[in-house]
Design a protein around this ligand. Structure first.
Ligand code: ZN
Length: 254
């Protein structure tokens, strides 16, 4: 059987979350299941690390961002973009809304991030997380912001918390939806339904290593197999579809 080798569109490889960064990077380099990885910044330090890693390791690409629950300067991300070789900086993010935190500063950073993405002609990686009991719906809030501030080079809702009613609107606005280990959890009914109805050319796959999985390889494979099963598609065709989708949204991956 041919090798399945996928683009992981969202992962975090940096020293603030892993003490054995070099080992981790080397294991990715050796791993034939991984074609490319978008290493997503959480703040100014990890964004800079992501760029440095992308300059040294062929499979690694970088996204510059300040996560909604982290502190940081969006202006400094722009400086970062121009102070390194930016050919492998493929996106701005992650940015968005997380109801775990105070949203006042999140909104400000989100707007600045959309403006920066447009200025640098890059797509946007969106983090929308609603914790149980919040009055605010992060997905809907982000979507309203998108309608007002208009990311011009595309966007993805990463690790999308399933809301079947929003999919059509996200797609209409040119957005993509990324799924990860949420579709292989035991009670994933809604997530499974979602995978069946997302237009196939707008679906992305991610591990969100190491936040949402501790074993990216197994999780990545299980997530991919689940997508193939739900969409009743051959693995090779699905692999090409998902990798094409990633390269369409993030043209600098090519
Ligand atoms: Zn993330």
């Amino acid at each position: 059987m041919s090798q399945i080798t996928l683009i992981d569109t969202h992962a975090h490889y940096n020293r603030s979350v892993m003490s054995d960064l070099e080992e981790q990077i080397n294991s990715v380099n050796k791993n034939k299941d991984v074609l490319k990885i978008i290493n997503v910044g959480l703040d100014n330090v990890t964004s800079e690390e992501a760029v440095k890693i992308s300059c040294h390791y062929s499979k690694f690409y970088a996204a510059l961002g300040v996560h909604p629950l982290y502190n940081g300067s969006i202006k400094a991300l722009e400086e970062l973009y121009f102070s390194y070789d930016n050919r492998k900086i493929v996106a701005i993010g992650e940015t968005g809304i997380d109801t775990k935190g105070d949203i006042f500063f999140q909104v400000k950073k989100f707007i600045e991030s959309i403006r920066l993405a447009n200025h640098l002609r890059l797509p946007l990686i969106i983090h929308a997380n609603t914790i149980k009991g919040s009055k605010l719906d992060a997905n809907r809030y982000c979507l309203e912001m998108i309608k007002i501030y208009r990311p011009l080079y595309g966007f993805v809702f990463h690790f999308f918390q399933p809301d079947l009613q929003l999919i059509e609107e996200i797609v209409r606005l040119g957005g993509y939806i990324s799924v990860g280990s949420n579709i292989i959890k035991p009670n994933a009914k809604k997530s499974l339904e979602m995978v069946k109805i997302i237009p196939i050319d707008r679906l992305l796959i991610e591990t969100d290593y190491l936040f949402l999985t501790k074993c990216p390889n197994e999780t990545g494979k299980a997530t991919f197999n689940k997508i193939c099963e739900l969409r009743r598609e051959k693995k090779l065709l699905m692999m090409n579809q998902l990798n094409d989708n990633a390269m369409r949204l993030f043209p600098k991956l090519k």
